[in-house]
Design a protein around this ligand. Structure first.
Ligand SMILES: Nc1ncnc2c1ncn2[C@@H]1O[C@H](COP(=O)(O)OP(=O)(O)O)[C@@H](O)[C@H]1O
Ligand SMILES: CCCC(=O)OP(=O)(O)O
Length: 357
């Protein structure tokens, strides 16, 4: 008889913690626990939010009468760990240490594996992460920059983009490993990468390169950036906030909300239209750059993430790039399901869980 697995998935974001309870692929319950900016601002570092967020998840589970002893596993979104191959990883002690330290950078996803492990330990079951943001499948050639001390880093929306690539493979009826696609996550940050033979061989890290996005600056002219850093006006933390958090649409228009900006455009706001179209222009340009990595041999371009709901934005992008290949639009993200699918592959022994070392 088919064995059913109950799985709890936890996805911590900058302003919320999403949880989902699944029986195999069926979602039994899903909730977004919202955190007020003021509540989170009391914590100096992301990992200091651990107890606060864990308590809120556990309170929600109690309210929903979820008995964690019925779970087969808990899975969390994986954070910026060491550069590692894609796949499903057991949350071991070494990983917890790196997540706590935030070895690459502070990011809410560092809490995913930690919260999963916190709950799993109480239930005596394994905790996993799937396709963390530090999945690194980049070719060595793609990492070189003109400053030897600085390499390009593979940090991107791996979970959603890998799930979207699997979905495109099903839609196109071609095996995942045989497809060459430009993958674009259009969210608060924007990742643009090229997926070939099952690997993301080059990707623009949304935190420091590529197009600007709702709340990030993307690539900016380096000369002026250096001058601004040394102008004696901003501290390191303020500069970092200017690039990640307060950059992009937030800096230009005071909001990261695509719907609000579209309402302004519809009401005749020409500045909003200019900035919003510039973001689409930069996304299209990055897609073009990624196409050159595979000599233009592109089967499809996949646009996903929250902003892919916007026909205005996807229309502007498509107009510039559809000469390269078929454009597939998958609005939103289903990261909880992607976490569960990765866990099921291990529980069903279709894949072996990787060890983080
Ligand atoms: N229907 C819509 N039209 C325009 N923008 C949208 C729409 N729905 C969501 N968005 C925008 O999508 C972005 C969030 O995308 P999401 O994938 O949820 O982000 P993240 O990658 O940060 O989790 C926000 O800028 C939000 O305003
Ligand atoms: C660090 C790359 C992944 C990323 O930017 O995720 P969020 O948009 O959730 O911050």
């Amino acid at each position: 008889m088919h064995k059913q697995f109950k799985i709890l998935a936890v996805n911590p974001g900058s302003t919320s913690t999403k949880i989902g309870l699944f029986a195999d692929e069926q979602c039994l319950y899903e909730q977004t626990i919202r955190h007020e900016r003021a509540e989170l601002s009391q914590f100096a570092e992301i990992n200091h939010q651990y107890d606060f967020r864990l308590n809120m998840v556990e309170k929600t589970l109690r309210e929903q009468n979820v008995d964690i002893r019925e779970l087969a596993a808990v899975v969390g979104r994986g954070g910026p760990l060491k550069p590692i191959a894609g796949g499903t990883y057991l949350v071991n002690d070494r990983m917890c240490e790196d997540l706590r330290k935030g070895i690459q950078t502070q990011h809410a996803s560092n809490l995913g594996g930690l919260i999963a492990r916190g709950i799993a330990d109480k239930a005596g079951i394994p905790a996993f992460i799937v396709d963390p943001v530090s999945v690194d499948e980049m070719e060595p050639l793609a990492k070189i920059t003109g400053v030897p001390e600085i390499s390009r880093r593979s940090l991107f929306h791996a979970l959603n983009l890998k799930a979207a690539a699997h979905r495109a493979a099903i839609e196109l009826k071609v095996s995942y490993e045989r497809l060459t696609m430009i993958m674009v996550h259009l969210g608060g940050g924007i990742s643009v990468g090229v997926q070939s033979q099952g690997k993301m061989i080059d990707v623009a890290n949304p935190n420091e390169s590529g197009p600007f996005s709702p709340e990030r600056a993307g690539a900016v002219p380096t000369g002026d950036l250096v001058k601004l850093c040394y102008a004696g006006v901003y501290s390191l933390a303020e500069m970092q906030k200017k690039l990640i958090g307060n950059g992009g649409l937030v800096a230009h228009l005071g909001t990261s909300d695509g719907r609000e900006i579209e309402a302004r455009i519809a009401a005749g706001d020409r500045q909003a239209a200019l900035i919003y179209e510039a973001m689409a222009y930069q996304v299209a340009k990055e897609i073009g750059a990624m196409a050159t990595v595979v000599s233009g041999d592109v089967d499809a371009i996949v646009l996903t993430g929250g902003l892919a709901h916007s026909q205005l934005l996807t229309g502007w992008i498509t107009k510039r790039v559809d000469y390269l290949g078929k454009v597939l639009v998958y609005p939103g993200e289903d990261e909880l399901m992607a976490l569960v699918e990765g866990t099921l592959r291990v529980l069903r022994q279709e894949e072996t869980a990787r060890e983080y070392d």
